[in-house]
Design a protein around this ligand. Structure first.
Ligand SMILES: [Fe+2]
Ligand SMILES: [Fe+2]
Length: 238
């Protein structure tokens, strides 16, 4: 992680906008690996909770100094640092997949195919592998209900991924067709991720917290990062 800390003193000057608004605009585009130190004259926890809500809980922060009416608070992207739990880890990975797929779509729409597609395909297969092979068996897969729906969604999503890959690679590659398939996949994934985050992950998270299996997070993270798991021959993306 970068140690880059830019300090911004918000206790002086600019009275044209409320502190909340100024903080929102400063943090709206905060990137991973960067940290900002804000000097403020209001309770930073209250302030940042409100801003964080607007930013879809993308922030983490720690109060570095607290004095008489003056605080220094260090703010980072939520993805910097260890996941807060199983659900946090998996939702972060959904967001990573969404970003990768957005990059793929942009490339295909520009008539190009290549590296971002392979990276996305690998990330998606690892994600599905974690859910199918580690989490569903760990928490007990029912023949009906959210887990069964998840398995069906995964089959469809991987079939759609194959369509994208087939149309984007080889001598017959057709970026326009591939972009159409990628847009379809993007819609399927958005629905699927929403369903998991609403109907399945809260249940898994509750079980995870109750059982206290600390090794599970490490196993999941290792597969998502490609350190173990689906590295067997034939599992990679060409
Ligand atoms: Fe899934
Ligand atoms: Fe998922």
């Amino acid at each position: 992680m970068s140690a880059e800390h830019e300090r911004i003193d918000l206790t002086r000057g600019d009275a044209s906008a409320p502190l909340h608004t100024r903080v929102f605009y400063l943090l709206r585009d905060l990137q991973r690996g960067r940290a900002l130190e804000l000097v403020v004259d209001e309770d930073p926890d209250l302030l940042l909770e409100a801003v964080n809500f607007q930013l879809r809980r993308r922030l983490r922060w720690e109060v570095a100094e607290a004095g008489a009416g003056r605080w220094v608070v260090r703010v980072r992207h939520r993805d910097d640092g260890r996941a807060a739990g199983l659900m946090d880890l998996m939702v972060r990975d959904h967001e990573r997949l969404d970003r990768l797929l957005a990059g793929v779509l942009a490339e295909l729409n520009a008539g190009r195919t290549g590296a971002p597609l392979a990276e996305f395909a690998t990330a998606l297969r690892r994600h599905v592998e974690v859910e199918n092979e580690i989490l569903a068996p760990h928490f007990g897969a029912q023949p009906q209900g959210p887990t069964a729906v998840m398995f069906e969604d995964h089959e469809r999503i991987l079939a759609e991924l194959d369509l994208v890959l087939e149309s984007a690679t080889g001598p017959e590659a057709d970026p326009v067709q591939a972009a159409a398939y990628a847009a379809m996949l993007s819609g399927s994934m958005a629905k699927h991720e929403g369903r998991e985050e609403r109907e399945l992950f809260p249940y898994w998270e509750e079980r995870f917290r109750r059982d206290g299996d600390s090794g599970l997070l490490d196993r999941v993270q290792a597969v998502l990062e490609g350190r173990t798991g689906p590295g067997a021959p034939g599992d990679g993306v060409a």
